[in-house]
Write a protein that binds this ligand. Sequence first.
Ligand SMILES: Nc1ncnc2c1ncn2[C@@H]1O[C@H](COP(=O)(O)OP(=O)(O)OP(=O)(O)O)[C@@H](O)[C@H]1O
Ligand SMILES: [Mg+2]
Length: 686
Amino acid sequence: MPSIFYFFTEEERHLRANDRPFNLSYHYANNAIKTSKYNIFTFLPLNLFEQFRRLANAYFLFLFILQLIPQISSLSWFTTAVPLILVLAITAVKDASDDINRHKSDNQVNNRRVNVLIDGELRNEKWMNVQVGDIIKLENNQFVTADLLLLSSMCCIAVSHCLGFLVLTMSHWLRCEPPNNRLDKFKGSLTLDGQTYALDNDKVLLRGCTLRNTEWCFGLVIFGGPDTKLMQNSGKTTFKRTSIDHLMNVLVLCIFGFLASMCTVLAIGNAIWEVNEGSVFTVFLPRESGAGAGLSAFLSFWSYVIILNTVVPISLYVSVEIIRLGNSFYIDWDRKMYYPKSDTPAQARTTTLNEELGQIKYIFSDKTGTLTQNIMTFNKCSINGKAYGELFDFARQRVEITEVRDEHCYLILADPKFVFHDHSLVETVREGNPEAQAFFRLLALCHTVMPEEKKEGELFYQAQSPDEGALVTAARNFGFVFRSRTPESITVIEMGKQVTYELLAVLDFNNVRKRMSVIVSSPEGKLTLFCKGADTIIYERLHPSCNKLMEVTTGHLNEYAGDGLRTLVLAYKDLDKGYMDEWKKRHHEASTAIDGREERLDELYEEIEKDMLLLGATAVEDKLQEGVPQTIEQLAKADIKIWVLTGDKQETAENIGYSCNMLREEMKDVFIVAANTAEGVKEELQ
Ligand SMILES: Nc1ncnc2c1ncn2[C@@H]1O[C@H](COP(=O)(O)OP(=O)(O)OP(=O)(O)O)[C@@H](O)[C@H]1O
Ligand SMILES: [Mg+2]
């Protein structure tokens, strides 16, 4: 391939694993990074240039130049030069020390070591010497060196479809998109022995991440150093201006105008004086005799600029900055903004925006984890039309509390911290109620949790979403212990008996689908699809025979939502072998398709996730964080409008809104905007 490509903007990246000469011909950036701005030689000119881009400095420089002209200045040059040089020097020292720190951190990162596969053996190389196309080996808890295509790993965690180790002599060819800053998208393809495989976001590890729960992995470097998504995202920070800055700029400009007009008037006066009286005053300013009145007026215009320069309050900028700096110290020191539990003081991250704090009109907040604790507890459930969980009497007080702990010998591996306030459910499961068992089997199978069993009998769950963690833990304590998973199977201990299910497909969750499913085959060969998701979504996809059960369950769901609990609906469907085989084939085709992959998969999911049978619903509680209602009340008093983002069911969201004082009783008609398009929303608002 011609190296001419280098001169054009890259349109598509081509590379081959472990073929340095080939990859080098494209002149891709290697893995060294540079965040520093200057080196020894460029420091002085670049830094001065940057400093003089600030209005105050440029203004003083201009005055200084005027003062150097003897015909204009009656003041000596050092009156401006000394303060200017002082300011420049202090800033330069600060910039230099910042840049030295950047150099240090660059060096530290660039000199990290990683194992690179070169000529068939692993060599310990510096990060900066890693090239695009190299195969590197990462170990647990190591930082990911560059943007990698995951080739193989011990314990595939996020990646269920590993590509298998690239045999190095095989003819292969990798094409992918050029470097960009989209963290959530990656498109590429791998041609191996004439077969093309699609590569997507799931198969790349990005620089800046850390490898976890994985003994080792091999990855192929796709983007290095400045081309990595991390570096592509670290753009220049824009300088933010507050409204006071704007006002100050306008005022200073007006004062400049005033100065200019004053000098003009004085210069005209000077010209008139000279015509009438002659140039007697020139003892102060050395001027050649015989110069015309016009020239003299022009020169004296600039003299007045120097003499009257104090009307321009350029030091205002400096003073305001000092005030803000002091202000930010007060914020950092504020005892009332200190949270002792986690030892967190308030922190003024930027010193330029302090006064804007008093001008806040809107607060945009996330719900889960920001307003709430993000500690989910499985509280209630409805199985086949019967509700279990805390029982309340009319006065809404607990009447019967029986805690479910691992007092039963069959509950091996139970989580000792789990409590559930209703004993009848344990009895129901133990008696072998098929729906209750299917309910917990579903919870044990349909999720993306990773188990970790460090010691025999000590099981930990690592859940990306805490809701799922709570549900799987619940199943575990009711006798359906999710024990381990591989990309092809899930092992569950059901009422003390170990059962391994073959995992045929995972229909992932995303916030458009609002549901997730798994298709598993039991050891007896029975094929089942288990699905859990938002009630509205699942209800649309149920078999008509569930109508009655649906009504009862809806009643329970409304009750749960009324208590502000997060609900999920569970459903299942038995599949027959012939259909599944055929579906699986189409699924494989769709998942390796290069264009329209997502749409095709969605269609297939839609096709199989229908006519399901309802099992029940779960209710998970996520308590509000301490002080949230009080804080929101205070904010509301200050007339600050608050927007909260959540994916919860509408009733749940409303109830949480009430419980955290976002919505108050007197706000009688909460109105709902339910449109899906920008236009629709506008119309409804009107
Ligand atoms: N792991 C999951 N499996 C199946 N369905 C889920 C899962 N997580 C959430 N859902 C459903 O999808 C809906 C949207 O969830 P999503 O996670 O997108 O919301 P969110 O924006 O994270 O909201 P929140 O911040 O309140 O969690 C939820 O109301 C729930 O019904
Ligand atoms: Mg969520």
